[in-house]
Design a protein around this ligand. Structure first.
Ligand code: PGA
Length: 258
């Protein structure tokens, strides 16, 4: 059964103390959620967030990891380091990593392999730029990103991967994809997964939408059959708004049974 997932991507926001206060506030608001609730926090916040989230249904995740296990990579954090403090989820391939930090399909694939080897679950981000959408190469772009990122990931390990469709033009811009646009690409992602693996893997896979999702537009997006949750930036920084999205997703779980 595919999981419905609401994941907050805090990006470079909140100190460890603020993280602690946020999780404390969020806990009771989402305690009866039927979907998975994930907060992807800055590396420095992970221990405080983990401690505050213990005995709750909130999963604390990282926003990236390096592809080597250790070595001379100043400023990086490895998958075994995350695993050693009981982190189970990590975002990889976020468009901000691709745009500002030179990550590309090949290095994202290496990072994904390293994360899988450590038994981490991965939220793999893909998405087209505005120029790519205007050139009508959205599907081609997504297909290339997926095939490259999933190179050498076998049928057993793909179960550790969740895909987040995040059109770059919708991230942090307040411009959400329409529910139909998002649904169309999420359905296409499922088709690619079916081609790369098989239909049952594709059916089981959770495909999330991300890009200016908020408490106002979430209902419409989460109602789409191929959208199984959201990766939420700005709107995940306020507990009340984030919990509203979690509760919408929970309501969809009761409708769809997953
Ligand atoms: P946003 O960010 O919701 O602020 O657009 C989403 C993301 O980058 O994951």
């Amino acid at each position: 059964m595919r999981n419905t997932i609401i994941a907050g991507n805090w990006k470079m926001n909140k100190t460890p103390q603020e993280a602690r206060e946020f999780i404390k506030e969020l806990k009771p608001m989402v305690s009866s959620a039927l979907c998975k609730v994930i907060c992807c926090v800055p590396f420095l916040d992970i221990p405080a967030a983990l401690e505050e989230a213990s005995n709750s249904n909130i999963i604390i995740a990282a926003q990236n990891c390096h592809y080597e296990k250790k070595g001379a990579f100043t400023g990086e954090i490895s998958a075994p380091m995350l695993k050693s403090i009981n982190v189970d989820f990590v975002i990889l391939g976020h468009s901000e990593r691709r745009t500002y930090f030179g990550e590309n399909d090949e290095t994202i694939n290496f990072r994904l392999i390293s994360a899988i080897e450590e038994n981490l679950n991965v939220i793999l981000c893909v998405g087209e730029t505005l120029a790519q959408r205007e050139q009508d190469i959205t599907e081609e772009t997504i297909a290339i990103q997926l095939k490259s990122a999933l190179k050498n990931i076998n049928i057993d390990n793909i179960k550790q991967v969740v895909i987040a469709y995040e059109p770059v033009w919708a991230i942090g811009t307040g411009k959400t994809a329409t529910a139909e646009q998002a649904e169309q690409v999420c359905a296409f992602i499922r088709k690619i997964i079916s081609d790369l693996y098989n239909e049952s893997i594709a059916k089981e896979m959770s495909v999330l939408y991300g890009g200016s999702m908020n408490a106002t537009n979430a209902v419409e997006l989460l109602r789409m059959p191929n959208i199984n949750g959201g990766l939420i930036g700005g709107a995940s920084l306020r507990a009340e708004e984030f919990s509203k999205i979690v509760n919408f997703a929970s309501a969809e779980c009761t409708v769809n049974g997953g």
